[in-house]
Design a protein. Structure first.
Length: 218
């Protein structure tokens, strides 16, 4: 197969999506390799998880830079030094500016724990519970400067159960995230995601035309 694409992962916390991407990338037939894992938080657990997987990991802390442009310039320099072609945001809890994104045009992906455009921002799973929706999920999209916005590459839907706690719903969505993100990144790295009129067209098998019913249909 053709060479693996060089992908950087940015995170701020736990790093479970980074691990899912790294495990996929370790497969010989996967079309991406992780060239660096960077965090804006020195104490992010995801950094030690990355190092335990043998991945280069580093910190670019906002507090160590006098301004957002200076912070983003340092981040940009680290990403380019690592040879990254694409960036995966994986629980990276900062908005990247239009200026930063212009240097990575259509080359930054994000995962968000809702069926966008519903429930943008923090605590999307809690927002879903509070809204009383019966179906929740997660989305991988190309990043635009606005929060949790941009062309959608892939989504997964999960039911919200009647007695769901926030923990249980988060865990169900997170399990879907761990399958969805590696799948979406693979399609992206294989050049099977094309942008037209602000929407992503994805060259992938057609799913079975079935619905997820909640409550279940008869
Ligand atoms: C994930 O649920 C991800 O979807 C979410 O943060 C969590 C990070 O978990 N991202 C956002 O809410 C972005 N708006 P992880 O560090 O274990 O991958």
């Amino acid at each position: 197969m053709s060479a693996k694409r060089a992908v950087a992962v940015l995170l701020s916390g736990r790093g479970s999506n980074m691990v899912a991407l790294a495990e996929a990338a370790a497969r010989p037939d996967y079309p991406a390799r992780i060239v660096t894992v960077l965090s804006d938080k020195a104490d992010a657990p995801g950094l030690s998880r990355a190092r335990a997987l043998g991945l280069p990991a580093g910190v670019v802390a906002r507090a160590q830079h006098p301004s957002k442009p200076a912070f983003e310039a340092a981040l940009d320099a680290e990403l380019r030094a690592a040879g990254a072609e694409f960036i995966c945001l994986a629980g990276f809890m900062r908005l990247l500016s239009a200026a930063f994104l212009a240097g990575w045009h259509d080359r930054v992906l994000n995962i968000h724990p809702s069926l966008l455009p519903a429930f943008k921002g923090l605590s999307a799973q809690a927002q879903a519970l509070a809204a009383g929706v019966r179906i929740a999920g997660c989305t991988v999209h190309i990043v635009r400067p606005e929060m949790d916005a941009g062309p959608i590459i892939a989504q997964a839907a999960v039911p919200v159960l009647a007695d769901d706690s926030l923990d249980r719903l988060e865990a169900r969505i997170l399990a879907a995230e761990h399958r969805l993100y590696p799948r979406a990144l693979a399609l992206f790295c294989q050049g099977r995601v094309r942008l037209t009129d602000g929407r992503a067209r994805v060259d992938a098998p057609t799913p079975a035309p079935t619905a997820l019913y909640n409550p279940p249909a008869d």
